[in-house]
Design a protein around this ligand. Structure first.
Ligand SMILES: Cc1ncc(COP(=O)(O)O)c(C=O)c1O
Length: 458
């Protein structure tokens, strides 16, 4: 068969972006499009038959008799609390090993893992923690609950991740910690963040709650900083309902983290009583029993997601106007729990990403079209003003400092993220990418079909 003249390279060279969608719709003989175009029919959203009618896997969490047995074993042991059992402590060792971290302390959530980290690093009233507005609110809650100010640096418009180039300007004499977030399996610009932190000798707490097994240069995120925190909450990729882990390499700090989550007991049991500050943030043996089984499952799921994710990525990047999200380092392992593609509407008859996604959904494929996951930055949340007006903040910060802080809460990129034109498509790979090759081909076919027919969506 004669090779198409409409390969991606020649296509881009010869065709203006605006004409691309129309050309695709009529030519339909590109290397990727060859077979699929023959099947192209009316878009399902316009009354045609969908690419797929069988639903994609959406059940989560996934379990079988292994979890049931483990749970029953923990129940029957009558050691429900980790102070009596060994399931929590065994998992700490196994998880530290798998992550390449010298130490791990489990807790009852990612939030408490972050709190423990800030506590052992001495974050308290009057301090500042440099972080990102583009995260789940828990990242910011732990800073405010320590009566410190979350100092927001703006996001990189290409990724929605903390813009590392803005960190140095945000450092003051009060900066106690830098707290970057690795969102949805995509590493933040962690190597640059670490080099700035090292230059100023500021500890880093990584919020890797959403990104177990993401890597940069073969090193897992969560193991770059002074500590790294993971969440095992049910919506994440490695789960036990609620749960968290603190990873780290500094023996004394990690010792204090383990004590902090256990009401201040000495983890080595060499000191009696309650020699350290703490609270009760312990994980139960039930949670750890599920987690132990889920970890075996997670490792298999992670391999499947890698294979399917890479396959889809290779195919979809051939479509002009779609581009895998920017990475900060060539050697990056994303986890595909969510897969993001930059979407340039100029190639699609000016059809918005959300409209495009709606059409793909009608083809039977789960996808969303949006700017970024957290379109409203945490710096806009009401809880911040509540803290600033509280007795504790009033005692810790001068009026002038709080006034200056309020005035700093303007983040040009984050606040204007929608008009910036950086649209994206995202697929919840956590479940969708666990399917067979045929399922992946359906995803590719549905997106390709819509890409060719955006002229009909205007
Ligand atoms: C980025 C981020 N940080 C922290 C947390 C808090 O974790 P947890 O729900 O386990 O307390 C989450 C959980 O959603 C999160 O997504």
């Amino acid at each position: 068969m004669k090779k198409s003249l409409l390969t991606r390279r020649t296509f881009i060279k010869k065709t203006s972006a605006r004409l691309a969608g129309a050309a695709l719709a009529t030519a339909g003989t590109g290397s990727l499009y060859g077979d699929i175009v023959k099947k192209t029919n009316t878009l399902a959203i316009l009354g045609g038959s969908p690419v797929r009618t069988r639903p994609f896997l959406s059940t989560w969490p996934i379990f079988d008799e292994s979890e049931e047995k483990a749970l029953l074993k923990a129940l029957r042991s009558r050691n429900w609390c980790c102070l009596k059992g060994n399931v929590v402590y065994d998992f700490e060792k196994a998880f530290a090993d798998a992550m390449g971290a010298p130490y791990c302390a489990l807790s009852n959530g990612g939030t408490t893992a972050l709190s423990a980290s800030l506590h052992v690093l001495g974050v308290g009233p009057g301090d500042e923690v440099i972080t990102t507005p583009h995260t789940f609110i828990a990242t910011i809650n732990v800073i405010c609950n320590a009566h410190a100010l979350p100092v927001f640096v703006d996001v990189d418009p290409d990724t929605g991740s903390m813009n590392a180039d803005l960190i140095e300007d945000a450092i003051t004499e009060h900066t106690k910690v830098i707290l970057p977030v690795h969102l949805a399996g995509y590493p933040a610009d962690i190597e640059k963040i670490m080099s700035i932190a090292n230059k100023y000798k500021i500890p880093v707490v990584e919020d890797a709650c959403q990104s177990v097994f993401a890597e940069v240069n073969n090193k897992k995120v969560g193991t770059f900083g002074t500590t790294g925190c993971i969440s095992f909450q049910e919506w994440k990729s490695l789960v036990c309902g609620e749960g968290g882990a603190i990873l780290g390499g500094d023996e004394d700090l990690m010792h204090r983290c383990a004590a902090f989550v256990n009401n201040g007991r000495d983890p080595k049991k060499t000191k009696s009583g309650f020699p350290y500050p703490g609270s009760n943030h312990r994980m139960t043996e039930f949670q750890a029993a599920i987690l132990t089984e889920q970890f075996k499952r997670f490792k298999k799921q992670d391999k499947i997601r890698q294979k399917n994710g890479k396959y889809i990525e290779e195919k979809l990047k051939e479509i002009p106007g779609l581009k895998p999200r920017k990475l900060y380092c060539e050697e990056t392992r994303i986890t595909y729990v969510r897969f993001e593609l930059d979407y340039d509407r100029e190639y699609f008859h000016n059809v918005s990403a959300s409209k495009f996604a709606e059409a793909v959904q009608a083809e039977g494929v789960p996808i969303s079209g949006e700017e970024r996951r957290y379109t409203r930055g945490c710096h806009k949340e009401g809880m911040l003003e509540e803290h600033l007006n509280s007795h504790a903040f009033g005692a810790a910060f001068s009026k002038a400092r709080l006034k200056k802080y309020r005035e700093s809460l303007h983040l040009p990129v984050m606040d204007n993220i929608r008009p910036s034109g950086k649209e994206m498509l995202s697929i919840e790979g956590k479940t969708a990418f666990l399917g067979a090759k045929k399922d992946m081909d359906d995803i590719i076919e549905a997106i390709t079909k819509v890409a060719k027919n955006t002229d009909k969506l205007t």
